[in-house]
Design a protein around this ligand. Structure first.
Ligand code: ADP
Length: 244
C-alpha cells in the first residue's frame, strides 16, 4: 500500500529526513515514535505532499511520485487523494458546523454533489459517535469531539491510508480514550494507518510495526513487543526509558 524509497527532506541547510525507506502492507498500522525534532511530523507531511521532499519516491495505493524528477501538479493531486490526515490541533474550520466540516473536502476538492455528501457525512459522524452533534460548531464541542470530527473529515475523501499526527497530544487526559477508541475501531476494520503518537499502549495494542526514528533516520523497527520489550539499539533504549 505504501512504498517509500530514499525519502530526503531539507529545510535550507538542515537535513531533516536522511533517506528513509518504509514499506507498509494494506491494513497495517504503523506507529512512529522518537524524540521531538527527529522528523516524524515532516515524514507524515511528505507522505501527502504537504511538504515536498527533495529526493526519493513516494508510492501510495498505486500513485507514485518520483521527487528526483520534475513533479507535475496532477501527480501531487493524485498522491494527496490517497491519504486522509488528522492533525494534532484538529484544524477544523471554526465557522462551519461538524457536518459542514466533514462535507467540505469531498464537495470542494473532489467536486462531489452536496446532497450525496450530506448523507455520507452524517454516517461518518455517527461512526465516530457524534450523530447527535452534527449541527454543532467546533467551539461547542470538547477537544475529543473536535478530534473525532477531524477523523470523520479525513475519512470523507475515502482515503486508502489514514495519517495521524499526534492526534491526542492536545487533549485533556480524560478525552484521549474516546479518540483512541475510534482509531482502534478503524484499525480493526482494516484501514491502513501511519500514526505518530506518544501513546505507547495504543502502539502495543494496535500497531503491526513500530518505527523508532532519531535524527532523520529509522534507528529501529519491528513488532511492538520486540521494540518495547527487547530494544536492540542504545538510542531506542534511552528513549523508552525516558518516556516510560
Ligand atoms: P518531530 O515531529 O519528530 O518532532 P519535526 O518533523 O516536526 O520533528 O521536525 C524535524 C526538524 O525539522 C526540527 O528540527 C524542526 O525544527 C525542523 N522543521 C520542521 N518543519 C520546518 C519548517 N517548515 N521549516 C524549517 N524547519 C522545520
Amino acid at each position: 500500500m505504501i512504498s517509500i524509497k530514499g525519502l530526503t527532506k531539507r529545510f535550507d541547510q538542515l537535513e531533516v529526513l536522511k533517506g528513509m525507506n518504509v514499506e507498509v502492507e494494506k491494513g497495517q498500522v504503523i506507529v512512529l515514535i522518537g524524540p521531538s525534532g527527529s522528523g516524524k511530523t515532516t515524514f507524515l507531511r511528505c507522505l501527502n505532499a504537504l511538504e515536498i521532499p527533495n529526493d526519493g519516491t513516494v508510492s501510495i495505493g498505486g500513485s507514485t511520485v518520483d521527487f528526483n524528477k520534475k513533479v507535475t501538479k496532477q501527480e501531487l493531486i493524485s498522491l494527496r487523494r490517497k491519504t486522509g490526515m488528522v492533525f494534532q490541533n484538529y484544524n477544523l474550520f471554526p465557522h462551519m458546523t461538524a457536518l459542514e466540516n466533514v462535507m467540505e473536502g469531498p464537495t470542494v476538492v473532489q467536486k462531489r454533489k452536496k446532497s450525496e455528501m450530506r448523507e455520507k457525512a452524517i454516517k461518518l459522524l455517527e461512526k465516530v459517535g457524534l450523530g447527535d452533534k452534527i449541527d454543532y460548531y467546533p467551539f461547542q464541542l470538547s477537544g475529543g469531539q473536535q478530534q473525532r470530527v477531524g477523523i470523520a473529515r479525513a475519512l470523507a475523501i475515502e482515503p486508502e491510508v489514514m495519517l495521524f499526527d499526534e492526534p491526542t497530544s492536545a487533549l485533556d487526559p480524560e478525552l484521549v480514550g474516546e479518540v483512541l477508541k475510534v482509531m482502534k475501531d478503524l484499525a480493526e476494520e482494516g484501514m491502513t494507518m501511519v500514526v505518530v503518537t506518544h501513546e505507547m499502549r495504543f502502539a502495543q495494542e494496535a500497531a503491526d510495526k513500530v518505527i523508532f526514528m532519531d535524527g532523520g533516520y529509522i534507528v529501529e523497527e519491528g513488532p511492538p513487543r520486540e521494540v518495547f520489550e527487547n530494544p536492540k539499539n542504545e538510542r531506542t533504549k534511552q528513549f523508552l526509558n525516558l518516556i516510560q
